[in-house]
Design a protein around this ligand. Structure first.
Ligand code: NI
Length: 177
């Protein structure tokens, strides 16, 4: 178990396309997921992607506990999603505020598909196939974007809706990271 340093926007590794995982249920994979979970929890993240701790593999985790940063986050079951494939179920998108452990102290308004199917595998190689909506769909899109080298500021349509938390939401105690 270890909290690992989180790479910040500007680090070239965050822009890489992550490699597919080929072997499941290995000590290396379980160790990676433990480190991701420890790191996500210490920063109160709703999710984290392996590249954020410097591992360019197609592994994301999300959900499973109530983050004070995202009050809806405990609606999402804890999920390990490997080699994901996302399919939007229609063209509808909605805007919502996002933050990222790799972009500390900031929030932006990001359009995301509202209904989504995601497929992939868990750490044991078991198939995951879910249809989700709302905040769950948003978190999956954010995390899976990390595997394509995409950070949420690249998705913002109106950069006036991007800024520092304390300036965007004065008087609200939203934690900084
Ligand atoms: Ni992120």
């Amino acid at each position: 178990m270890a909290v690992r340093p989180v790479l910040k926007m500007g680090d070239p590794l965050l822009l890489q396309i992550a490699s597919a995982v080929e072997q499941f249920d290995t000590p290396e994979l379980h160790g990676l997921i433990t480190d991701m979970l420890d790191t996500m929890k210490v920063h109160n993240g709703a999710g984290i992607a392996a590249p954020q701790i410097g591992v360019s593999q197609q592994v994301v985790i999300f959900g499973g506990f109530r983050s004070p940063r995202y009050p809806d986050s405990d609606d999402i079951p804890f999920t390990v999603l490997i080699n994901p494939i996302l399919t939007a179920l229609n063209d509808t998108k909605e805007e919502g505020w996002e933050g990222c452990l790799s972009v500390p102290g900031m929030r932006g308004l990001v359009p995301r598909y509202t209904q989504l199917r995601y497929e992939g595998r868990d750490q044991f190689g078991q198939i995951i196939d879910r249809t989700v909506s709302g905040f769950h769909a948003r978190v999956v899109q954010h995390e899976v974007d990390h595997l394509q080298g995409i950070l949420y500021p690249m998705r913002i349509h109106d950069l006036r809706q991007f800024g520092f938390i304390e300036a965007l939401f004065p008087g609200q105690s939203i934690s900084d990271d």
